[in-house]
Design a protein. Structure first.
Ligand SMILES: *Cc1c(COP(=O)(O)O)cnc(C)c1O
Length: 234
């Protein structure tokens, strides 16, 4: 292991290896096949030079939370690594739907009828169909995106029946304070009763717990790439 300034945005292969081992152990501990888990490497705010070593090390699924930032960073990386899969994990405004549909393989943050309508229209227009996850605001936090748990069943049904969308997964970001497990368990319950196969839950601090409670996708940033550089606008 090389010593590294924790504030430098360079990729940390030691961080990636450690996350892979933690993930494999978490799967083993609850009798799940590690191959049923997908590590989504959250590369938001990190420059291409920091991301590419993770691709070279074999990672293929990456998460970005802003459309513009992803469209700046990823075209060159994708030209060199065509099999990378990109997930949008941040809020999507309806005026960015065109870019998001064109650019992302998975949109994890579908959370309101207006957005579902805009996505359905754009997907019909272009024939490009990113896979969709519905974000659920499991903590019912007023400032946070996501459908309320009580509205989730109706929203998923509306997406499917009225708009013809395939909902592949659910995603949540639990409140920063308090126990995570009730939120992960709630998301798993909503998925089960709606026949939604994938669960995107768990981040650097709590992905083992999320795996225990059924996560199929964990979104891990700082444990792989180190401390995030300050956010730049755009
Ligand atoms: C930043 C972010 C993550 C990763 O967080 P870490 O704590 O750095 O692992 C996961 N999910 C979402 C939606 C994020 O915005």
């Amino acid at each position: 292991m090389t010593s590294q300034d924790p504030h430098s945005p360079s990729a940390d292969p030691a961080g990636l290896q450690d996350v892979r081992e933690r993930l494999a152990r978490a799967a083993q501990d609850c009798g799940r096949d590690p191959r049923s888990l997908t590590l989504v490497c959250v590369s938001k705010t990190f420059p291409a030079e920091a991301i590419e070593p993770a691709i070279i090390a074999g990672e293929r699924v990456f998460g970005e939370n802003r459309v513009q930032e992803a469209m700046r960073k990823w075209p060159d990386l994708r030209a060199r690594h065509s099999d990378v899969e990109l997930h949008l994990i941040g809020p999507l405004q309806t005026n960015k739907v065109r870019e998001a549909v064109q650019f992302f393989d998975v949109i994890e943050t579908l959370d309101r009828p207006r957005l579902a309508e805009a996505l359905a229209a754009e997907m019909a227009r272009t024939g490009k169909r990113p896979r969709l996850y519905v974000e659920v605001n499991t903590g019912a936090e007023p400032q946070k995106a996501g459908v309320l748990p009580a509205d989730a069943d109706a929203f998923i049904r509306d997406c499917r029946e009225r708009l013809g969308l395939t909902i592949e997964g659910l995603m949540c970001i639990p409140p920063e304070e308090g126990q995570r497990s009730p939120h992960f368990a709630l998301l798993a319950q909503i998925a089960k009763r709606n026949d939604v196969p994938l669960l995107s839950m768990g981040m650097s601090a709590d992905f083992e717990l999320a795996v225990q409670l059924g996560a199929t996708h964990v979104r891990v940033g700082s444990a792989i790439f180190g401390k995030r550089p300050p956010l730049v606008s755009g």
